[in-house]
Design a protein around this ligand. Sequence first.
Ligand code: HEM
Length: 216
Amino acid sequence: MFPAQIVSNASGRWGSYRVPLPVEDRPRWQKGEIVGTSIAILLYRVCRCCRRIYVKLFHTIFHALAIPCIVVGFIAVLDSHNLNPGGAIPNFYSLHSWMGLVTMGLFALQFVVGFFSFLILLCCEGATAAFRASLVPIHATFGITTFMLAVATCLTGLTEKAIFGLGKKYSSLPEEALILNALAMVLTAGAIVVAYIIMKDDFKYRGHILITAQGD
Ligand code: HEM
């Protein structure tokens, strides 16, 4: 698959020898993103006995792992549109693409603000403790919103795939449709479980006071 693509796209408009990323791999990257983000979010509930600074670092690392998944998935879909052998397909016209853009924007904002506020500002931990503590609920709300939007974007993507890929065959529920629907159900179940764990008071980390006591 890859060598053939290299040859057939050797004069692609994105540059002479750029290897287009196969769009078939995109759902895998998206799953990687959702899994990385879910683990990152749940860390604050799972690692309740660890020092907060370690949890923060792992929270950041797992979110950072989602970044290549987002970038590769994004480039793959641009490639599949711009280098389509039957003629370029327009970009950013569908609901799925708009939701994807909003999700990527929110994710980037969350990451940058979280990184600077909760890690870099630790340089002046005493002076910034009140600010960091006041930012936690805002960050948590936008964080779970970003996660839900990522899941919703995947669901609209799967719907698009079913309608464009299977067309009228979709209603007769062939094997591909079953796989698509099952994947959508797994994503939905994951979103419900993550939301439940995040919202449930019993699972909450009770050490916010440690922001000042431990200085992290
Ligand atoms: C796109 C990136 C990010 C997303 C989607 C995100 C999402 C979230 C979510 C959903 C929560 C709530 C978790 C809970 O209530 O247990 C949270 C908490 C938190 N995040 Fe992030 N986060 C991101 C990046 C970061 C970064 C880079 C840092 C830097 C250290 C960070 C630091 C924190 C802290 C300190 C909390 C508070 C935990 C607590 O005390 O309850 N986040 N984040």
